[in-house]
Design a protein around this ligand. Structure first.
Ligand code: TXA
Ligand code: MG
Length: 359
């Protein structure tokens, strides 16, 4: 059993923070809330501590970690040849849900970056994360605090489901605000490129870097693509196509609202008739023509006009459906053409084993 320390997310108790910071400084593993998802932290400059992150998660060693710091002034010793753009991006978006990929300095152990010559850095905004990293007074390597290939945790109970007994301390700061992981922006390419969409959107980044672009889906490589193995090293190995998966196979529907809800109703009715347990992931306003049944579980993640709420509830809904032991999940899609919708669409497609396009 791992100790759970509950802290007020707005005014965390300094004694609690100091104890957790000691664990980090001396090579232990501490799970803490950030504004995006919970992170599994270790002293980033201690290779043995960082190795423990990979074993606790069951994470492949070729998937690099994000280094969390409490202030932009920390970036210099972790990187070389910092582009001028960093100051403007940091002034606008840090602390916050933006991760920058920069050239790494020799101060960063190669286990952190999976051998890459770049390092991902972010300054989280959550008061607990911020206070903890400042008190530890060391950079903190932290992936999302889930077992490899499970949805990222947005509540301490999700962390307990995955990592109880595998870490030294879990700080419970309540549900996280954003709900999807930070935007990862690569500044080491000729053109600034978003490797993973998040709450800092392409439109927002273009306000500072007008030529920024989104990495195309075709540039992402699938784990299931055998041709991918043995090819050139991946730009971001962790950004595999299938990554954020619930246990039950998820089918994603794309089309108009009426097309999606009609087809989901039909497919759900057929699966129920076959004796399967069915989970539906829907918007608040979706009409569903199905009699309630013990075999049917519906999670409504928010209004389709409210992507912030949908993002905040998404991973909790996937975990709730899994906890119900459903055999399959049928999920509607959301407008993914702009803003936070891009990140929601990205995560849903990664979770999906199958996409049904209705138009
Ligand atoms: O919101 C977040 O970013 C959360 C919280 C805890 O900060 N962290 C998180 O970490 O999502 P993780 O490890 O689950 O995802 C980090 C992503 C991975 O897809 C990884 O491949 C990518 O960032 N990444 C890390 N270092 C990189 C690098 N040097 N170059 C390119 N991509 C990198
Ligand atoms: Mg992760």
């Amino acid at each position: 059993m791992t100790d759970v320390l509950t802290l007020d997310p707005r005014r965390p108790d300094p004694a609690g923070i100091a104890g957790a910071a000691d664990i980090l400084r001396t090579g232990g593993l501490v799970v803490f809330p950030t504004e995006t998802v919970y992170g599994l932290g270790a002293h980033a400059l201690d290779p043995v501590a960082v190795e423990r992150i990979f074993s606790a998660k069951g994470r492949p060693a070729d998937d690099p970690l994000i280094v969390h710091v409490h202030d932009v002034s920390e970036v210099e010793r972790l990187t070389t040849g910092v582009p001028r753009d960093v100051a403007a991006l940091a002034a606008r978006f840090w602390p916050g849900p933006l991760t920058l990929v920069l050239r790494r300095s020799s101060a960063v152990p190669s286990v952190v970056t999976a051998g890459l010559d770049t390092v991902a850095i972010r300054v989280p905004a959550h008061p607990i994360a911020h206070a903890l990293i400042a008190a530890a007074a060391v950079p903190v390597a932290a992936p999302s605090a889930n077992l490899f290939s499970r949805p990222s945790p947005t509540r301490a109970e999700h962390v307990l489901q995955d990592l109880d007994g595998r870490v030294d301390l879990i700080i419970d700061g309540g549900p996280t605000e954003v709900g999807v992981e930070s935007t990862v922006l690569d500044l080491t390419d000729a053109v600034p490129t978003i490797l993973r969409p998040g709450a800092v959107t392409l439109e927002m980044i273009r306000g500072i870097l007008p030529d920024a672009r989104m990495r195309h889906a075709a540039e992402r490589r699938s784990v299931q693509d055998p041709a991918a193995h043995g090819a050139a090293p991946m730009k971001s190995p962790g950004l595999l196509a299938k990554h954020y998966s619930p246990r039950a196979p998820l089918t994603l529907y794309e089309g108009s609202n009426s097309e999606m809800t009609a087809r989901i109703s039909t497919d759900a009715a057929q699966a129920l008739a076959r004796g399967q347990r069915v989970g539906l992931l829907l918007a608040t306003e979706d009409p569903i023509a199905l009699a309630s049944s013990d075999s049917l579980r519906i999670e409504r993640v928010g209004s389709e006009r409210d992507p912030a709420t949908v993002a905040a509830n998404l991973y909790n809904a996937l975990r709730a459906l899994d906890a119900e032991g459903v055999d399959l999940i049928l999920a509607r899609s959301f407008d993914d053409t702009s803003g936070l919708g891009v990140a929601i669409g990205d995560r849903l497609r990664r979770a999906a084993g199958q996409v049904i396009r209705l138009r």
